[in-house]
Write a protein that binds this ligand. Structure first.
Ligand code: DX5
Ligand code: ZN
Length: 213
């Protein structure tokens, strides 16, 4: 599956972006929320996303790069989000947060930074619907893919099998046709792509190419 990242869209014309996006083969819309604390950047917040959610016709895959993400479960729910991704590194009580996301009627995803090993998921894997592996340090679009992520995808696949988890594996950062192909071969289910899709002369076509890998 493909989840294009809104972070690389033209913010001055989000309506036009949603037009091609709604008709494209994209599966989800990936939404990167940043707070300038958990990551060294600020993107957009709920007042903007409310309008994007209104015109987006595909499930929202919300990636919160913020401290204390549990404070915003209701706001993410109000967007009508399908999936709420929280960072492992941002949650002291991850099990509780996953429960809160489920109670709110959303799928729960846990995200790992590049330096966080897959093994920390051993005791939570069976409770989550998706694991998002960061293949760049979060905060910015257009960064270079960290090749070690390929090993992490394989290791995560083994951990999910061992723990009886049915969680999907999503990868985010530096995804293009080359890294996308490698990630798929390693066992990734969902590819997030920002600059590769939105900077392409024909974003819809770029999405098709990734989707066809
Ligand atoms: C990075 C974000 C990514 C970003 C990916 O902090 O989580 O979703 O938009 O952008 P690309 O695909 O350009 O690396
Ligand atoms: Zn993201």
């Amino acid at each position: 599956m493909i989840s294009p990242s809104l972070l690389s869209a033209n913010f001055a014309n989000l309506e036009a972006e949603m037009k091609w996006f709604n008709q494209s083969c994209a599966d989800w819309l990936h939404i990167d929320v940043m707070d300038g604390v958990f990551v060294p950047n600020i993107s957009f917040g709920f007042p903007v996303l409310k309008h994007v959610a209104r015109i987006c016709r595909k499930p929202l895959d919300v990636h919160l790069m913020i401290v204390q993400p549990e404070k915003f479960v209701n706001e993410v729910k109000a967007l009508g989000a399908y999936l709420m991704n929280v960072h492992y590194e941002a949650c002291t009580h991850l099990h509780r947060v996953v429960g809160q996301i489920h109670e709110a009627g959303m799928k729960a995803g846990v995200t790992l930074n590049p330096a966080t090993p897959v093994c920390v998921l051993e005791d939570i894997a069976a409770d989550v619907d998706l694991v998002l592996l960061m293949s760049v340090n979060p905060g910015f679009g257009g960064q270079k893919f960290i090749p070690h992520t390929l090993e992490k995808v394989k290791e995560l696949r083994r951990l999910l099998d061992r723990t009886g988890s049915r969680a999907l594996i999503e990868v985010d950062g530096g995804v293009n046709l080359e890294t996308g192909r490698q990630l798929k071969a390693a066992g990734a289910d969902v590819l997030v792509a920002g600059s590769y899709i939105f900077s392409a002369p024909d974003p819809s076509r770029a999405c098709e190419l990734l989707s066809g890998l």
